[in-house]
Design a protein around this ligand. Structure first.
Ligand code: TPP
Ligand code: MG
Length: 572
């Protein structure tokens, strides 16, 4: 006979037993039994955020930095609905987040009870799995199952909606078996998106190796799956044995060292001209752990017109979804990269590399004033000695970081790639900091995105989270303004954005804050913020109408980059 526990206690026990040490959350009526039990579990550190969206982003940041599940908790109704953007963000970027939501008691469900929302209905399309726990007898297994689903195969967010009376039910609790997820196989979720038989895997790898051997202009295009699958070394070995140049997508940044002679850069809408040209001239693209997103391909009809595509993906559903594939290999990046490395003959691509070098264009970006984003990023890199994880928000600054920060170490670039969620950086950086306490973590936001979740500064102060916040202040919702400049007759409708005095704001939170307007101030401030023990804020005042170049117009082909502002546009 097991110990009599409440559902809330069982929830906590199961989380602790699964190795969870950090929970991001916010209490409320329907989740109160859980919060009542929580102090009995000192191993579960709770971070009280200022908005549930931040809890989901922080759990996501924690998950991306560790590869383990990140946990967030909210009450029913508005608490749960506030999680939605964070869950959709995690879903689009394959991040293993477990969200636990309180639900109204079972007899009240379906009666428009106070703070009742159909959380399953809301979250089913933006999660990997979402379940209302109907009874305490199913609670422990549900937690194990949810964590297994979140982390196995292609990771993703999961929701457990736990009615308040289930949290209060009592049961003689027997700790269940660890490491397995009952019911997983029964639902046809094999955990690897449906692995092919080893015979077909061997066959497709052999075919891919043959294509690599025959190609004269091959490219490796690597994405988030290389980071999620810890395939850093294996992909590098494949590149080095074959000499194939390597392209990293936005979420693939930091999956390959940027100083490596084979590294070309980022493709797509804001990709470098030589990278996109290489794609358009390639006769073979080996894509590993990516989904050929439309920001990468531009107009798919005109994408890589000369290339056969080999697509290595853990999720079978991705293969052939966006681009026509000659060989699809269902498998994890690490296994397949090493199988491919064994199969390919050693070769080089020196002629092809020389051709690509000929595509390189002089930098199109220019900044009025000397405080360029590039200078800021060089300073952060130098002063942290590269021992730094950068979490970016969404907009122009995100692209500048992607293009100019010299990433060398695996998984040190964290951003919302798929959903493109403004407001992500500050809360996600809290999760990254908790996952990597000995590393400097910079959250780099625009003045727009920072204002979306800046309330989390209070969380950082209360919980002692040493996140360094950089605000690239251009006075605009810059990326939207750039589109208005190019595609909407320079009508800057609703994109100028006012900011508070950020130095005073920092002061109000009791944390150090600086405003940097000139290059000469840069290094001293970045150093002071980096070494400060605790959260710190730096506002970088940058040129108002700087643009991200080159740019492929939305729906355009990679062959048609815009490399300068239209005639008559404001000077940049
Ligand atoms: C939540 C959300 N709302 C709106 C957008 C659309 N959007 C994309 S970039 C951008 C402008 C971002 O401005 P800012 O944070 O100042 O960054 P900047 O582009 O100026 O560097 C907007 C509004 C978005 N991506 N996310
Ligand atoms: Mg801005």
């Amino acid at each position: 006979m097991g110990e009599m526990l409440t559902g809330a206690q069982i929830l906590c026990r199961e989380l602790a037993a699964a190795g969870i040490d950090t929970i991001f959350g916010y209490p409320g009526g329907a989740i109160m039994p859980f919060y009542h039990a929580l102090p009995e579990f000192p191993g579960l550190r709770h971070i009280l955020v200022r908005h549930e969206q931040a809890a989901a982003h922080a759990a996501d940041g924690y998950a991306r930095a560790t590869g383990r599940v990140g946990v967030c908790v909210a009450t029913s109704g508005p608490g749960a609905t506030n999680l939605v953007t964070g869950l959709a963000t995690a879903h689009m970027d394959s991040s293993p987040v477990l969200a636990i939501t309180g639900q109204v008691s079972r007899p009240m469900i379906g009666r428009d009870a106070f703070q009742e929302t159909d959380v399953i209905g809301l979250t089913l399309p933006i999660t990997k799995y979402s379940r209302l726990v109907p009874d305490i007898t199913q609670l422990a297994a549900s937690v194990r199952e949810a964590i297994a689903i979140a982390t196995e195969g292609r990771p993703g967010p999961v929701v457990l909606d736990v009615p308040k009376d289930v949290q209060n039910q009592k049961l003689a609790y027997e700790p269940g078996p660890r490491g397995g997820a009952p019911g997983l196989a029964a639902r046809g979720q094999s955990g690897n998106g449906g692995a092919p038989t080893s015979a077909s895997l061997e066959e497709s790898v052999r075919e891919a190796a043959r294509l690599i051997g025959e190609a004269s202009r091959p490219l490796l295009m690597i994405g988030h799956g290389v980071i999620l699958g810890n395939a850093y070394d294996e992909v590098r070995a494949l590149a080095e044995k074959t000499g194939i140049p390597v392209i990293t997508t936005l979420l693939g940044i930091s999956a390959f060292p940027e100083s490596h002679p084979l590294h070309l850069g980022m493709p797509g809408m804001h990709g470098e001209v030589h990278v996109n040209r290489a794609i358009q001239h390639a006769d073979l693209i080996v894509g590993i752990g990516l989904r050929f997103d439309d920001r990468v391909t531009g107009n798919t009809a005109a994408f890589a017109p000369r290339a056969k595509i080999v697509h290595v993906e853990l999720d079978r559903a991705e293969i052939g979804k966006n681009v026509k594939t000659a060989v699809g290999i269902v498998g994890d990046a690490r296994t397949v990269a090493s199988l491919l490395t064994d199969q390919v003959r050693a070769r080089n691509c020196d002629d092809w590399m020389a051709e690509i070098r000929g595509f390189v264009r002089p930098r199109a970006e220019s900044f009025s004033g000397d405080l360029s984003p590039e200078a800021i990023l060089a300073s952060i890199h130098e002063i942290t000695g590269g021992r730094c994880t950068i979490v970016t928000d969404v907009g122009q600054h995100q692209m500048w970081v992607a293009k100019h920060y010299p990433y060398e170490r695996a998984n040190t670039h964290i951003t919302s790639g798929g959903l493109g969620t403004m407001g992500f950086a500050v809360p996600a950086a809290m999760g990254v900091h908790l996952a990597r306490p000995s590393e400097t973590v910079w959250a780099i936001s625009g003045d727009g995105g920072f204002q979306m979740n800046m309330a989390e500064m209070a969380t950082m102060v209360q919980e002692g989270l040493s996140v360094k916040m950089a605000i690239f202040n251009n006075g605009y919702l810059g990326m939207v303004r750039q589109w208005q400049q190019f595609f909407h007759e320079k009508r800057y409708s609703c994109t100028p954005i006012w900011s508070p005095d950020y130095v005073k704001l920092a002061d109000a939170y009791g944390i150090p804050g600086w405003r940097v307007e000139q290059r000469t101030q840069l290094d001293d401030v970045v150093r002071a913020a980096s070494v400060h023990r605790g959260p710190a804020l730096v506002e970088f005042v940058i040129a108002q109408e700087a643009n991200v170049f080159p740019m492929i117009p939305p729906g355009g082909s990679l062959s048609e980059p815009i490399e300068a502002a239209p005639a008559g546009a404001p000077a940049v």
